[in-house]
Design a protein around this ligand. Structure first.
Ligand code: SF4
Ligand code: FES
Length: 269
């Protein structure tokens, strides 16, 4: 049996109808004023739109009406840069284990009410609406998330052999995009999974050995100084992480940290 384009066996159109949604969004003009949830309606939202495209539709609507558009962070919109991220119905990045930019509206139903809030953590203060200041992550990296390597021509890859299991584990840890969902999901607002991903990535490779002890001690001291909470092994971080960074990286960090402290390494003042 042949069917004409757009028709199903029951004769109904196969075109998915747009969704009508109620959005309750955190609006906060700047860090000095109190924020509040504001309700908006959007109509005819395609299930194939990304969550950010749905917010674009809302913002076009607001701009047309002469209202202030909702501020939110984004860049690549491909799950690579780590810029996007909001709490959606209380979950970091929403109901799928992916980035907000890669979440599609087919994860919701017509008529849904969706709560959208910024990451909640003292170390990530709100800049405006859904955009938060995540420079605390940059400072943790500056404290030790690097290697000292000569610059110049790239060395021949085979000159530094790395066991396959180590390179695989290092690569898995290196997929962290620094989005901050782990902090937002953690009841303690701990940045341990982020820091552990960086410590693991570099600590498993020969190139990361010279600074290994200093790195872990200084990065952990910096995350404490930034006001992130302590890790109590709840695991919400890993469950929310769009890159599936495992809790095993935290065990590796703790192992390295104990070793470094026993060796007498102390944070730079
Ligand atoms: S560990 Fe995962 S959730 Fe945390 S910053 Fe990295 S990618 Fe984002
Ligand atoms: S916008 Fe780059 S990861 Fe979402």
């Amino acid at each position: 049996m042949t069917m004409t384009h757009g028709a199903t066996r029951s004769g109904q159109t196969s075109e998915k109808r747009g969704m009508n949604l109620t959005l309750r969004i955190w609006r906060q003009k700047d860090p000095s004023v109190k924020g509040k949830m504001v309700t908006y309606k959007v109509t005819d939202i395609s299930p194939d739109m990304s969550f950010l495209e749905m917010l674009d539709v809302l913002n076009e609507q607001l701009i047309t009406n002469g209202e202030d558009p909702v501020a939110f962070d984004h860049d690549c919109r491909e799950g690579i840069c780590g810029m996007c991220g909001v709490m959606i119905n209380g979950q970091a990045h929403g109901p799928q284990q992916t980035t907000t930019c890669q979440l599609h509206m087919r994860s919701f139903r017509n008529g849904d009410t969706i709560d959208i809030e910024p990451w909640r953590a003292a170390a990530f203060p709100v800049i405006k609406d859904l955009a938060v200041d995540r420079r605390a992550f940059d400072r943790i990296i500056q404290a030790g998330g690097y290697i000292t390597a000569p610059t110049g021509t790239a060395p021949e890859a085979h000159s530094t052999p790395v066991p396959k299991k180590d390179s695989d584990a290092a690569f898995d840890a290196a997929t962290c995009i620094g989005c901050g969902a782990c902090v937002a999901a953690c009841p303690n607002a701990s940045s341990m999974l982020f820091t552990a991903a960086k410590v693991t990535h570099l600590g498993l490779l020969p190139q990361g050995q010279p600074e290994r002890n200093d790195r872990v001690v200084n990065m952990v001291a910096q995350q404490d100084a930034e006001g992130f909470g302590g890790c109590t092994n709840i695991g919400e971080c890993s469950a929310a992480c769009p890159k599936g960074i495992s809790m095993e990286t935290i065990s590796r960090l703790n192992h390295d940290l104990l070793g470094a402290l026993r060796a007498g390494v102390r944070p730079k003042s």
